[in-house]
Ligand binder design. Structure first.
Ligand SMILES: Cc1cc2nc3c(=O)[nH]c(=O)nc-3n(C[C@H](O)[C@H](O)[C@H](O)COP(=O)(O)OP(=O)(O)OC[C@H]3O[C@@H](n4cnc5c(N)ncnc54)[C@H](O)[C@@H]3O)c2cc1C
Length: 381
């Protein structure tokens, strides 16, 4: 890919920059992990949507701009550089939507995507269960056939923002007699306020109440909310994980912006005699650039028809470790009280600690890298 962007891409960048300059709130919104912040971020999604910036890579008929991956990466750079709010619709936009584009019926897309783009319906991911995180195929929540649909029962856990979200998507065991654990699973969408659903917040280190576990007691889901064929849930679910680990969850734009802010903080408050800390700031800037170039290389292959696939595990391990190092450098620069303070570094630092766990733990990613990219023998399970 030619990184000297074409005039068309440059114009797209200029349009995004101008809009963001005019609309990004001057005062940061409250945390999207609180009820008040969730509502404020939902309104921000509606504003983005009204100007067709909420899902730029989607086709226009669903509220997007039909942007290619180059434009999407450019938009992300501008978005984070402008200090725009976090995306409360992320689960839907980066995880469910790619699945719908690949596997849903046209009717399902028309029904689900526009309200996702506008923030009217915010989605939670309901994959993990108390005994099934890394070994997701061992999941036990059931989908039983009933007239006109399915009845969901069981427990899902670690569901980001589920305390305030509207709907969820997840995989359920529809054929307990299937020969292998990843067979006989069905991918369904359901309403978090349907009869039989209990949503219980899980306490987080930072005290924010949006993380939740879900208890499902014969929750009715109509056939029209099954994605793909019943029994094919594993294949369908796995087709989206590369997106999450690789590109959409952590685009380089986010780290370029954070590294730029860190360098500015160093120029304002850094002690020139502290060369060790200065080197960590420099490492953060180099890391953001390296991640940017690696991502552009992946995007080039993708644009030429390649898959993101197992390569996304390299991104995942890198961004999750980088995020922690970047925030720890900022906190060390700010001094001993920084960890107690609210503000642009302390809260994201706490969240960065979870990066090596969610979207598939780094131990599992390293296994994927070893086995699928390096061709090393399978480890002991
Ligand atoms: C902040 C946060 C947000 C999350 N959001 C969501 C969400 O929205 N929706 C959702 O469905 N889930 C979500 N999760 C759950 C997340 O996907 C799981 O926590 C993750 O997959 C790990 O599963 P587990 O917690 O059951 O740990 P386990 O799988 O029990 O793993 C425990 C440890 O053992 C290691 N381990 C396990 N198996 C192996 C192996 N074969 N080889 C080597 N090491 C191994 C793991 O790497 C880990 O270090 C979230 C988690 C966090 C922390």
């Amino acid at each position: 890919m030619d990184l000297d962007h074409s005039p068309g891409v440059a114009a797209f960048r200029a349009e995004a920059r101008a809009w963001l300059h005019e609309h990004v709130p001057d005062v940061p919104l409250p945390s999207l992990e609180t009820q008040e912040g969730f509502a404020a971020h939902r309104e921000w999604e509606a504003q983005l949507h009204a100007a067709r910036w909420s899902a730029v890579s989607w086709p226009e008929e669903y509220g997007g701009r039909g942007a290619d991956i180059e434009r999407w990466l450019v938009f992300e750079e501008e978005y984070w550089a402008a200090g725009a709010p976090g995306r409360v619709s992320q689960n839907g936009i980066s995880l469910l939507a790619p699945t719908l584009f690949d596997h849903a019926t046209p009717g399902q897309r028309a029904r689900v995507l526009p309200s996702m783009a506008s923030g009217e319906v915010i989605w939670a991911q309901a994959w993990s269960e108390p005994e099934s995180g890394s070994d997701l195929a061992s999941l036990r929540s059931r989908a039983e056939r009933t007239e006109g649909g399915w009845l969901l029962s069981g427990q899902k856990t670690w569901s980001s923002r589920a305390a305030f979200a509207d709907r969820a998507f997840g995989i359920f065991r529809s054929d307990p007699g299937a020969a292998k654990p990843h067979q006989g699973l069905t991918y369904l969408m359901f309403d978090l306020r349907a009869p039989g659903v209990t949503v219980r917040p899980i306490g987080r280190l930072d005290g924010k109440p949006a993380f939740a576990e879900l208890f499902l007691d014969r929750v009715f889901v109509p056939d029209e909310d099954v994605i793909g064929e019943p029994g094919q849930g594993w294949r369908i679910a796995m087709s989206a994980t590369g997106n999450e680990r690789g590109l959409t969850l952590r685009s380089p734009g986010r780290f370029l912006a954070a590294a730029g802010r860190l360098a500015a903080l160093w120029r304002e408050q850094g002690d020139p005699a502290d060369t060790a800390l200065r080197d960590r700031v420099a490492d953060a800037v180099v890391g953001a650039r390296a991640y940017e170039l690696f991502t552009w290389a992946g995007a080039t292959r993708f644009a030429a028809g390649g898959e993101i696939g197992a390569e996304s595990s390299l991104n995942k391990v890198f961004w999750s470790q980088y995020d922690i190092a970047l925030h720890e450098t900022a906190l060390d620069l700010l001094g001993p009280d920084a960890e107690l303070a609210q503000g642009p570094w302390a809260e994201p630092w706490v969240f960065s600690l979870a990066g090596p766990i969610y979207a598939g733990t780094n131990e599992i990613q390293r296994d994927i890298i070893a086995e699928r990219l390096l061709g090393l023998p399978k480890g002991r399970r």
